[in-house]
Ligand binder design. Structure first.
Ligand code: IPE
Ligand code: IPE
Ligand code: MG
Length: 241
């Protein structure tokens, strides 16, 4: 068997837990928000690197349902950063043929941000290059709970037969219903946990936990991580062919 036999196709869907902005800033004696700004700047290069790497879907974790526990200053700074990011990046995203979607509990976000999110989804609807999904006010458990609520409503309305509920049913109610499952989940900053990200969807994802802090995550590092993935053997519970 040659080396070639082990090479797998690249990941079609990559999800990233963009962690380490705070530590990156602290190391430089700067406030945490300085790190969040540096982190937001990185997103563009990574999105633009996707087509060359064969990545059709990129999903990034921007703010979790647990991140409200942070100081009011940090939370408010992040919310204005998201608004600014959407306004500043909209043109480049469209020019790069990027279709943007948001997942997470939208009603929990401020109205101005919600309307910017709706607008960006609408104005990139016709783009058919990279599919960028941004998770804002997202928690995997919260998503499953919201999905279950909608599923139960359909049962109560007589639209869904409980006996027909199987593994294919719940995903149709998740925020990610139009997306394939992630093939590869990357977490930066050295933490080896998933922090409530894409719980259902990542059941068979490959994970890469890397030490690089998010603001230092360059397309070169991205390419290295993807390269590692192609050398892995995904078995999905079966045996090696
Ligand atoms: C990730 O960076 C960005 C968000 C959670 C919004 P952190 O802010 O968690 O950075 P660290 O983990 O404190 O370094
Ligand atoms: C996960 O990072 C959330 C985002 C990257 C948006 P956290 O920094 O919030 O996760 P914990 O607290 O280390 O688990
Ligand atoms: Mg963190």
């Amino acid at each position: 068997m040659t080396q070639q036999d082990h090479i797998r196709p690249g990941p079609r869907h990559v999800a990233i837990i963009m962690d380490g902005n705070g530590r990156w800033a602290t190391m430089r004696g700067r406030p945490r928000l300085f790190g969040h700004h540096a982190g937001a700047k990185r997103v563009r290069e990574i999105v633009e690197a996707c087509p060359d790497m064969g990545v059709k879907y990129l999903t990034i974790f921007g703010f979790s349902t647990e991140n409200w526990k942070r100081t009011q200053i940090e939370v408010a700074g992040l919310m204005s950063l998201f608004k600014r990011y959407i306004q500043k990046e909209a043109r480049a995203l469209r020019a790069n043929n990027v279709r943007v979607r948001f997942i997470g509990d939208r009603p929990g976000l401020d109205e101005k941000l919600q309307s910017l999110m709706d607008e960006l989804e609408e104005t990139t609807q016709g783009c058919d290059g990279t599919n960028l999904t941004i998770a804002l006010n997202y928690g995997g458990r919260d998503e499953v709970a919201r999905a279950t609520r909608r599923l139960a409503e359909d049962v109560a309305a007589g639209k869904l037969d409980p006996a027909a509920v199987d593994e294919e049913t719940l995903p149709r109610y998740l925020d990610t219903r139009v997306l394939p499952d992630p093939d590869l989940v990357i977490r930066t900053s050295g933490e080896a946990r998933i922090s409530n990200f894409l719980l259902w969807q990542s059941a068979y994802a490959e994970y890469e936990f890397i030490d690089t802090l998010w603001p230092d995550f360059t397309p070169k590092v991205f390419a290295e991580v993807i390269d590692n993935y192609t050398n892995r053997d995904r078995r999905f519970g079966g045996v090696k062919a």
